[in-house]
Design a protein around this ligand. Structure first.
Ligand code: BTN
Length: 249
């Protein structure tokens, strides 16, 4: 692995309930190494955001969780880690697909051609007012071609050729390390880089807001993870639980 610490230790599993659950057990132990990656061929209870299930056929996708100790990030800025992880996946997918047409959809999905290619689930452990450990769980659709009616795609579906999951992991480790180091040295740069190429930014489109469906323009995502929308009624900030995307098809 061409990195300093991310992915220097890789735990490879054939089947696990969820790599995030496995990681959660590891960070409870006294000694664990920052940057460790837990990779599985298949998850029986893969977890998505909001208690959703994250599915994927065995051997066709990347299911990985990374262990970090981001004690340098103040608790109220924990969303920066989510931004850094999303940027890392965005760079990975750009590199593998050889295109710039890859966007981060608030809060941390990665989209290609209006379809989701990756999702991220971060689970933080907090001790003494600090993030003592963070589990960064990343799912990338690699060779999957069946999406059960979901608005999803994969590296293979986009190109018509299959990808080696090991190459995807290596690229991801490199980009994750670069973003994590940037987060450590220049956290505000992560905040600004996240805004660039944010899916739907500055576009007028329909969303379901707490008071119903309306047109809005996504302007910016703040350090606390909330997003500002301009609507006819003015500027409003919402957290992700309060906004839903409307799709034309
Ligand atoms: C989402 O978009 O809802 C987040 C999906 C996160 C999925 C990954 S796959 C590896 C890791 N283990 C899990 O159980 N979930 C994350």
């Amino acid at each position: 692995m061409n990195t300093l610490f991310v992915g220097q230790q890789v735990i490879r599993l054939r089947v696990v309930d969820s790599t995030n659950n496995y990681a959660a057990k590891m960070v409870k132990m006294p000694k664990w190494i920052e940057g460790t990656a837990i990779v599985a061929d298949y998850q029986t209870s893969g977890k998505g955001r909001n208690g959703n299930v994250w599915r994927g056929s065995a051997g066709d996708n990347l299911f990985v969780s990374f262990l970090f100790k981001p004690t340098h990030i103040p608790l109220q800025h924990s969303f920066l880690l989510s931004m850094a992880a999303a940027l890392a996946v965005q760079h990975t997918v750009k590199e593998l697909l050889n295109t710039d047409d890859v966007a981060v959809k608030w809060p941390n999905d990665v989209f290609v051609n209006e379809r989701k290619i990756s999702g991220i689930l971060i689970e933080n452990q907090v001790r003494g007012g600090q993030i003592s450990s963070a589990i960064v769980g990343i799912g990338i659709n690699v060779n999957e071609l069946e999406f059960e009616g979901l608005r999803a795609t994969s590296l293979n579906a986009e190109t018509g050729s299959s990808f080696d999951r090991e190459d995807v992991l290596q690229s991801l480790c490199r980009h994750l390390e670069a973003q994590y180091l940037l987060l450590r040295s220049k956290p505000m740069q992560i905040l600004e880089n996240y805004q660039v190429g944010l899916y739907g930014k500055d576009d007028a489109r329909n969303y379901i807001f707490p008071d119903g469906e309306d047109q809005g323009v996504l302007q910016r995502v703040a350090i606390d993870g909330s997003a500002t929308f301009v609507r006819n009624s003015g500027k409003h900030s919402y957290t992700i639980d309060h906004v839903k995307w409307c799709w034309e098809d």
